[in-house]
Design a protein around this ligand. Structure first.
Ligand SMILES: Cc1cc2nc3c(=O)[nH]c(=O)nc-3n(C[C@H](O)[C@H](O)[C@H](O)COP(=O)(O)OP(=O)(O)OC[C@H]3O[C@@H](n4cnc5c(N)ncnc54)[C@H](O)[C@@H]3O)c2cc1C
Length: 299
């Protein structure tokens, strides 16, 4: 059977794309291996009507919504490969089966690559985060650390200062600030620490101290890190989709990639701002583009 569309990825982008496609009577399968980027967090913020929701509960509600639409099938499988064949796509999944579809939506998300600092994974998603719009409120007015080894250090530090005036910045041995930026940090009483970090110390996900190589201990109640970002799936490259200089899949305003019939939405294309509500909206837009393109081809 030839499907109208295969959606790869069941985060907010893919789930909202599926909803729009199902409501447009399109026959689709959504494949999801269920390893979302925010799996490390207990609570999501900033999505109106869903503020403070558990990521697992958000997904459960979305899957319930999709049950109302009979043309939507959900499969908990990884898509391994997608090939182009005579004007349609052949999709290979982890159950060893192949599927055929006219259109593909990639909603595969991103992976965070954290700095190589002992202990950081124990606190990422519980007291160390990457996006102040997502988690700044929960850490407001507390003693915070910004950990950044790259050129985003100054920007993130300025942003975090909006939520707390008690901020230190650790570059873990890297020199990433200009003299002018250093002066601005000093003017705002932000200590810059360029020494290497030995490890992070705390308990049950709660950061308590930054321990530097020199043995100095800095008490902190939480912080933010500039993570490296990578496509969570190689499918965009496999299909020949162009990436932009931030590593996001290049699309037009409706999610169409440079490969005819392939659309991308959510974190994998947007990169920033990375939020559930943005991903869901982009999923909706990509699905509308798919429906519009199918209608134009068939009318
Ligand atoms: C620590 C942390 C905290 C955050 N907190 C918030 C917050 O409070 N509020 C907020 O709005 N945002 C928050 N975010 C951002 C939010 O998680 C992302 O913006 C959002 O998840 C992006 O949705 P998405 O659908 O693009 O990708 P994802 O949610 O990452 O979903 C992608 C899905 O695709 C699946 N997939 C990938 N490749 C394949 C494949 N080949 N086959 C099958 N399935 C595949 C993955 O397993 C995954 O289930 C946070 C992120 C992090 C890292």
């Amino acid at each position: 059977m030839l499907l109208d569309c295969v959606v790869v990825g069941g985060g907010p982008a893919g789930l909202n794309a599926a909803l729009v496609l199902g409501r447009a009577k399109k026959k689709i399968i959504l494949f999801d291996e269920n390893k979302p980027r925010n799996a490390v967090t207990h609570e999501s913020h900033g999505f109106i009507t869903r503020d403070k929701i558990k990521p697992s509960e958000f997904k459960q509600i979305a899957l319930e919504d999709l049950k109302a639409y009979p043309e939507i099938t959900i499969k908990n499988q990884r898509v391994y490969d997608i090939k182009t064949e005579n004007n349609h796509f052949v999709i290979l999944t982890s159950d060893g089966l192949t599927y055929q579809s006219r259109k593909i939506i990639l909603a595969t998300g991103l992976k965070d690559i954290l700095p190589n600092i002992k202990g950081i994974h124990d606190y990422y998603g519980t007291s160390i985060f990457s996006c102040p719009f997502c988690d700044g409120w929960e850490l407001k007015d507390r003693p915070l650390v910004v950990i950044s080894e790259n050129e985003r250090a100054f920007h993130i530090t300025k942003m975090i200062y909006n939520w707390s005036k008690d901020v230190v910045v650790c570059t873990n041995g890297k020199a990433v600030f200009t003299n002018e930026q250093k002066q601005l940090l000093a003017n705002n009483n932000i200590e810059l620490i360029e020494e290497e970090i030995e490890y992070l110390e705390g308990d049950k996900g709660q950061l308590r101290h930054i321990i530097l190589k020199s043995g100095r201990e800095i008490a902190r109640a939480g912080g933010f890190v500039t993570a490296g970002l990578q496509q969570a799936s190689p499918l965009a490259q496999v299909l020949g989709c162009s990436l932009n200089n931030m590593g996001g899949i290049e699309t037009d305003n409706s999610g169409r990639t440079n490969i005819a019939g392939v659309y991308a939405c959510g974190d994998n294309a947007v990169i920033a701002p990375a939020q559930l509500i943005v991903a869901a909206a982009e999923g909706s837009k990509a699905a509308m583009a798919v429906v519009g393109d199918l209608v134009n081809e068939d009318f």
